[in-house]
Each structure stands twice: as structure tokens, then as C-alpha cells.
Design a protein around this ligand. Structure first.
Ligand code: SAH
Ligand code: SF4
Ligand code: F3S
Length: 474
């Protein structure tokens, strides 16, 4: 049994490493019993923030001794869940049913649930009662405790359920397994303070916390030493980065420091809330060779009245003026966005305002979502929920417009030579590799797996709608 005094004087980081070490011994024993290596699979639902968290979980599992695989018929499976829209939840429950059928055939299999959906009390209750085959539940606030919770589960062969309502803790330097050797996500802030009235994220991810700039720089320097040339800075609202730090640091200042890191070739970031996007940031972006000329700038709605009800704190005119300022400094910028259709009270006129903004801005691409009622958010109790058939009709019209503008926008680079980062061999045609341009557009061109992770100058010979065919220029 564990002697609690042993961890009393340790930092949180040391404590977690201690539990990881203890778990490792148990897994080694199990390996000997079974005569084979144990496998683990981490499945991610939701956004890039969750994807990065999954890398942390995989890193800890590998450290404990598991072989990380992509097959859910593994000895330990973690579902890192999302709850941003109702269909995200439905998907998780559907997939859990399949996991149960695997577990019936493998008595040593363990199943864990974590992530945003587990921050909702009702969902945890449902899992406790109706999904008894789930061995472990934890939330977004105690992800750093995964090693400790895992040890509890495996050493006592007990069901472990621990979800915290909030936490101020940011634990640095735990093991981590990167999906790509040459690029990596880097968290700069966690949580969100904006409380857009439709959105559940502030409730499940907690208040905004910025990481210390020194820790961010150190992490990126280490990543670069390890072969990374591109980072994606992650936060629900990167533009409000550093506001709660002492001394205050702005996102533009952080970018300037990150730019100086030698060996780092490209910098991306998401997501940018329009209300906090500073002129300083527009300037940094325009003057930098390393910063991606791509901005994901969620619009949500083009109607000022709806934006007000959404608590987005900008008007249609503010948004359009911001886009003008960005385009004036960086004319080649690629703009992408998120739009919600059918927010409570949305009229045909409101919807036409959204269509108008899409026509004016000319996005390179847009994610369009049907409004989904999230329990506990203010909008869930708003009057005038829009009938399903009306929403569907608007959604189809918006999608058609988005596709038309996006095709036109993407094609504007045809014939140009641009630098592209090769990500993988093309899955359909092995004579081609697939690479990403600084503006986030994909180009396929003749190459081999040796090109993966390299920056290559590519002529964009033919636009195929949303992507390009090209050829490398030596
Ligand atoms: N922090 C990011 C977005 C996080 S959620 C931002 O503010 O831009 C990603 C997207 O999901 C949002 O931009 C929004 O368009 C969509 N979304 C969030 N809640 C939703 C809901 N209840 N129904 C439909 N779409 C929603
Ligand atoms: Fe949700 Fe708004 Fe925060 Fe984005 S900014 S995570 S949409 S509350
Ligand atoms: Fe989903 Fe949580 Fe991201 S709700 S969108 S995984 S922050």
C-alpha cells in the first residue's frame, strides 16, 4: 500500500513522476504474467486543445510502459471527450458501446473517460450508473494527475472517479508524446472568460489561465532542439493572452519573443477572438516571415443584434473594419471562420446579415455549425428557438455560399511559388507528398517520405477547389 508521507514534500510534478514510476512496476509485472507488451490507445474528440492533452496522456502511458497504438482493441483505452455540441456527446456514447464489446473479449482491458464532457455532472452520473464497464473518469482540471489516478485504479483494481470543479494549477514538464516529429501544438493559455451565451467551454474548461512566457519559450526551444520547425500556439482566445499575468504580457509581445527562437521556422496560432485582436498583433503578423499569414477569426453571426445576444462584444461593422485593417497590412492573408446558424431569435434578416459578411470578407474556408442547445448556458433558456426546418434551409444556403467563395479565394494563388511544409505521403497516391502552405492551404506534389518535415518551395500549378497540385522548385 502507498505511504502518503512519501509524497508529502514533493512538488506536484515530482509527485506525479513518482506515481508514474510506481505504475510502471505494476505494468512490468502484468507484462510478465501475460508474456506480452500491454497496449494503450488514446482517442481524441473535439478541438486542438484536446489533441494536445491527448499527447500528454499518451506520453504518460508510454512512460508507464504501454505501447501506444491507434487500435481501440487495446489493453487500456482513453476517450478524451468533447461536449461543445450535442452530437459530440452522442458520438462518445455510441463508441463506448463498441468498446464494451471489446472489453468482454479481453478481461485485462481498462477504459478511461476524460475531457470536457466529464466536467458535466449529469454526464458523470450517467456513466457511473449506466456505463459500469468504465474504470476511470477524470476531468480537464486534473489531467495532470493522470499518473496518480492511474496508479489508484491499477494498484487497488478499483473504479476511480475524480472530477474537480476548478483549478489554478499548471503543472509543467510531465512526459508527452508528440504525434508529429516536426510540428507541435503549444498551449499558451487554458480556459476561457468570455462566456459567449451559447458556449459550454468556459464551464468545462474553467477560467482563463495564461502560462508564464518563460515556460512557453523554454518548451519551444526544447521542441526545436528535438527537430520541431513549426509550432501552433493554442488558446481559446490567444488574443487575451497574458492579461492576468504579473507583469502583464501581450500576445503580440509573446510572438515577438517566440520569433527570435533560432531554428524555429513557422508560427501558427488559434483561436483569435475579434474583440481582442490588437493593431500591434496585425503589425507583428505583417512584418514577420515566420508567422503564418492565416487568421482564424470566428464570426459566429453577421447580425449585430444576434452578436449582442451571443455576448460577442463586437458589431457587424466592428468585425468588417477589423478585417479591412488586417487586409490593408497583409493583403495575402487567408481568413477562416466559425459561424453558428439558428441561434435563438435569429430572423431571416439576421441570417442575411451573416451571408452579407461572408460575401464581403471572402473567407478561405468556414466551419458552419447548427446551433446546439447546451444545458447550463444562458442561451439554452432564450425564447424563440428557431424551428429545425428553417435552420436546415439557412444552413444549406450558407454552406453553398461558403463553398463558392472558398473555391475562389483558394484559387487566387495559382501559378505562384510558395514555401510548404511536407506533412505526409499522400494516402491515395504514393508518388505524391502532401504539404501545408503558410496560409494553411494543402498542396500535393511529387515527392517521397524523405521530404516529410522539410520546407520545400513549391509552384502551385493547379487549383483543385480547396487544395492544389504543384511541383517542387529546386
Ligand atoms: N474559443 C473559440 C471556439 C471554441 S468552440 C472561439 O471563441 O473562437 C469552436 C466553435 O464551436 C465556436 O467558434 C462556435 O462556432 C462553435 N460552437 C460553440 N458552441 C456552440 C453551440 N452551442 N452550438 C453550435 N456551435 C457552437
Ligand atoms: Fe466559447 Fe466564446 Fe470562449 Fe470561444 S470565446 S470558447 S466561443 S465562450
Ligand atoms: Fe470540445 Fe472541449 Fe475543445 S468542449 S471544442 S474539446 S475545449
Amino acid at each position: 500500500m502507498l505511504d502518503i508521507n512519501e509524497t508529502k514534500n514533493l512538488t506536484e510534478e515530482e509527485k506525479q513522476l513518482y506515481y508514474i514510476g510506481l505504475s510502471k512496476k505494476i505494468i512490468e509485472e502484468k507484462e510478465r504474467e501475460l508474456g506480452r507488451k500491454l497496449t494503450a490507445c488514446v482517442t481524441t474528440f473535439g478541438c486542438q486543445m484536446n489533441a494536445r492533452d491527448s499527447e500528454k496522456l499518451s506520453g504518460i502511458l508510454r512512460e508507464i510502459g504501454y505501447e501506444i497504438i491507434e487500435d481501440e482493441k487495446a489493453d487500456f483505452v482513453v476517450f478524451n471527450t468533447c461536449t461543445v455540441r450535442e452530437n459530440a456527446n452522442t458520438k462518445v456514447y455510441g463508441r463506448l458501446g463498441i468498446l464494451n464489446s471489446y472489453k468482454k473479449k479481453n478481461s485485462s482491458m481498462k477504459i478511461a473517460l476524460c475531457g470536457c464532457m466529464m466536467q458535466e455532472k449529469d454526464e458523470v452520473e450517467k456513466v457511473k450508473k449506466s456505463y459500469r464497464f468504465v474504470d476511470m473518469v477524470f476531468g480537464t482540471h486534473n489531467l495532470f494527475k493522470f499518473g496518480e489516478l492511474f496508479y489508484q485504479m491499477i494498484s487497488e483494481d478499483a473504479r476511480v472517479i475524480e472530477v474537480l470543479e476548478a483549478s489554478d494549477e499548471i503543472v509543467e514538464n510531465l512526459p508527452l508524446e508528440r504525434k508529429f516529429p516536426f510540428k507541435s501544438g503549444v498551449n499558451i493559455s487554458f480556459g476561457c472568460n468570455n462566456f459567449c451565451t451559447y458556449c459550454i467551454v468556459p464551464y468545462v474548461r474553467g477560467r482563463e489561465k495564461s502560462r508564464n512566457p518563460k515556460d512557453i519559450i523554454k518548451e519551444i526551444e526544447n521542441l526545436v532542439k528535438d527537430g520541431v520547425i513549426e509550432v501552433m500556439l493554442l488558446g481559446q482566445n490567444v488574443n487575451s493572452y497574458g492579461k492576468t499575468l504579473e507583469p502583464k504580457v501581450s500576445f503580440a509581445e509573446l510572438l515577438r519573443d517566440i520569433e527570435k527562437i533560432e531554428g524555429l521556422k513557422r508560427i501558427r496560432f488559434m483561436t483569435s477572438h475579434p474583440k481582442d485582436l490588437s493593431d500591434d498583433l496585425i503589425d507583428v503578423m505583417a512584418s514577420s516571415d515566420k508567422i503564418s499569414k492565416h487568421l482564424h477569426l470566428p464570426l459566429q453571426s453577421g447580425s449585430t443584434a444576434i452578436l449582442k445576444k451571443m455576448n460577442r462584444v463586437y458589431t457587424k461593422e466592428d468585425y468588417l473594419a477589423l478585417v479591412d485593417r488586417i487586409k490593408a497590412k497583409t493583403p495575402e492573408v487567408s481568413l477562416t471562420t466559425d459561424i453558428i446558424v439558428g441561434f435563438p431569435g435569429e430572423t431571416e434578416e439576421d441570417f442575411l446579415e451573416t451571408m452579407d459578411v461572408v460575401s464581403k470578407v471572402q473567407y478561405d474556408s468556414a466551419f458552419t455549425f447548427i446551433y446546439s442547445k447546451r444545458t447550463g448556458t444562458p442561451a439554452a433558456s432564450f425564447d424563440n428557438q428557431v424551428p429545425e426546418d428553417v435552420v436546415k434551409d439557412r444552413f444549406d444556403r450558407l454552406l453553398a455560399l461558403v463553398q463558392e467563395t472558398s473555391r475562389k479565394q483558394v484559387s487566387r494563388f495559382e501559378g505562384q511559388v510558395m514555401e510548404a511544409l511536407v506533412e505526409e505521403v499522400n494516402s491515395q497516391d504514393e508518388s505524391l507528398v502532401s504539404a501545408r502552405l503558410l496560409n494553411n492551404v494543402i498542396v500535393h506534389f511529387p515527392g517521397t517520405k524523405d521530404d516529410i518535415g522539410k520546407l520545400v518551395k513549391v509552384k502551385l500549378t493547379k487549383c483543385m477547389g480547396f487544395y492544389y497540385y504543384g511541383e517542387a522548385i529546386s
